[in-house]
Design a protein around this ligand. Structure first.
Ligand SMILES: Cc1cc2nc3c(=O)[nH]c(=O)nc-3n(C[C@H](O)[C@H](O)[C@H](O)COP(=O)(O)OP(=O)(O)OC[C@H]3O[C@@H](n4cnc5c(N)ncnc54)[C@H](O)[C@@H]3O)c2cc1C
Length: 478
């Protein structure tokens, strides 16, 4: 991938932020302002700058990519090779309005994402299709973004939370066109102007990384947008079933099937974590967005746990028949020994009001069969989910249907949206950072290209003829 080879820019930080503020209140009104320097905002800023736009990037945190450092358990699962294998995107992403993401991913795919990093000297590797930086350090990606942004002369303002966004009608842009600019206000009282704005402030997941969801209020309803209720996703599921306490702390292989309104809707398998308050682990996370939405809609939600997922139905039946033929003059825990974690057995016994010490001979074949069945289909009533602080992603947000193919707002020209702010959330496995990169790339390129359109004033022309300030002075002399 060809990169713009602009020279080094100011190091991001407080001094750089102050310099930017001065510049933007003078002649240097940027073409594109990106609000939010997370995964989608950084890609948007890089993409707009690569198109030749002057870019301002603002974030409330004291450094860029704050959340990226925490991703993938500190290793940053950037994307997934499954996306290159003609997947059914609907199986990997939840999109509130059910829109198809194919057109977006065909413009910036997982392969493009990988090529982007490799062309910037960041080696990647994959584990069963899950792609990470070769260093296995999420900081590599954050630092690489900082390096690329600096090279592209993107101006970075940190420690400023955007609190207001409005049209500044009648103001002249930096090349003297009386175009409508956006006015961006921050909590410090500073104001910035830009010709196009990309909102990339994330959703509500991970408030500890700067995402409070306040960006929804900047555009809805002011700029004609709506917000589908944000809910925590990729998060644990909670139950008020007190018996779960017996198995708290157990990690085991399991398959989980989610039932909504009594119907099985999806399954996933992997390492399940039993907690005092519910169930957790990757397979639970994968089902959590659907569970959260169903609970919000007042539907009944159940998780059915199969603690012996590797056994076929036939193997399981044979196992049951074999055990029932064995000597039953032993404790229940001994009769069922070697099948599942002892604490899981205790959980099943407790649910049935049995003691592990009770003799198996005291139970009928039917009772023993029922216990075996519980190991294959243990049902947990789900009452809630973990909090946004525990969630990896937000389900809900601004509907994709309210944006065009370039992720420009359909109700507010010049305003673009990217990343988790939109009502798109993916499964665990690199799919969310891929969406952040894809949407950031599309919005960044779209905003930069729109600046070049005749109605918008061409920054290409501005560069050839001098700065905007020069243009204005020349006109006055005439
Ligand atoms: C613990 C954890 C682990 C994860 N691991 C992975 C993983 O390995 N792979 C994967 O694909 N996904 C992972 N995710 C999800 C992924 O990190 C997010 O989906 C992705 O970062 C979203 O990118 P974004 O740019 O939309 O938002 P964010 O990365 O959340 O960035 C938004 C930025 O906007 C800033 N901001 C917000 N409001 C304002 C405002 N008003 N003014 C100024 N700035 C503002 C915030 O400070 C923040 O820096 C993980 C998430 C978490 C929490």
């Amino acid at each position: 991938m060809r990169m713009n080879s602009a020279g080094p820019a100011e190091a991001p930080g407080r001094n750089a932020a102050a310099a930017v503020r001065t510049a933007t209140t003078g002649a240097g009104i940027p073409d594109v302002a990106v609000i939010g320097a997370g995964a989608s905002g950084c890609m948007a800023a890089v993409s707009a700058a690569m198109e030749g736009a002057e870019v301002l990037l603002i974030d409330a945190n004291d450094r860029i990519c704050r959340k990226i450092y925490a991703t993938g358990n500190g290793r940053c699962n950037l994307t997934n090779l499954r996306l290159s294998q003609d997947p059914v995107l609907g199986d990997l992403y939840h999109v509130g309005g059910g829109e198809d993401l194919t057109a977006f991913f065909s413009r910036f795919s997982a392969a493009d994402h990988i090529a982007f990093w490799e062309s910037n000297g960041i080696r990647l590797h994959d584990r069963q299709g899950y792609v990470y930086p070769r260093t296995d350090q999420a900081s590599t990606i954050a630092e690489a973004y900082e390096k690329i942004l600096r090279r592209l002369k993107v101006r970075i303002v940190l420690n400023e939370r955007v609190t207001g966004l409005e049209r500044a009608r009648g103001r002249k842009d930096r090349i003297g066109h009386a175009s409508d600019l956006f006015k961006i206000e921050t909590h410090t009282g500073a104001a910035y102007y830009a010709r196009k704005v990309i909102l990339a402030g994330g959703g509500m997941a991970g408030p500890q990384y700067g995402c409070s969801g306040d960006m929804y209020a900047l555009v809805a309803p002011r700029f004609g947008h709506t917000v589908r209720k944000p809910l925590p996703a990729l998060v644990q599921l909670l139950s008020d079933d007190k018996s779960l306490k017996a198995s708290s702390g157990v990690r085991c292989s399991a398959m989980i099937t989610l039932y909504i309104g009594g119907e099985p809707v999806c399954s996933d398998s992997g390492e399940l974590q039993m907690t005092e308050k519910g169930i957790s682990g990757i397979p639970v996370f994968q089902l959590s967005a659907l569970a959260a939405r169903a609970l919000e809609d007042g539907e009944g939600v159940l998780a059915e746990l199969d603690f012996l997922p590797e056994l076929s139905d036939k193997d399981w039946e044979q196992e049951m028949v074999r055990r029932l033929r064995e000597d039953r003059n032993c404790m229940l825990s001994v009769f069922f020994l070697g099948l599942v974690n002892r604490k899981i057995l205790d959980l099943i016994f407790r649910r049935r009001g049995l003691q592990a010490e009770k003799k198996a001979s005291g139970l009928t074949g039917e009772d023993l069969t029922a216990i075996m069945r519980d190991m294959r289909a243990f049902r947990v009533k789900i009452n809630g989910t973990g909090t946004f602080a525990q969630a990896q992603v937000t389900s809900g947000g601004i509907p994709l249907s309210e944006t065009d193919a370039d992720l420009q707002s359909k109700t507010a020209a010049g305003l673009y949206l990217a990343g988790e702010l939109l009502d798109v959330d993916g499964l665990c496995g690199g799919y969310n950072l891929q969406w952040a990169a894809t949407s950031g790339r599309i919005a960044g390129e779209g905003a930069a290209k729109a600046c070049k359109s005749p109605n918008s004033g061409a920054y290409g022309e501005a560069r050839e003829k001098g700065s905007g300030q020069d243009q204005i002075r020349k006109k006055r002399r005439k």
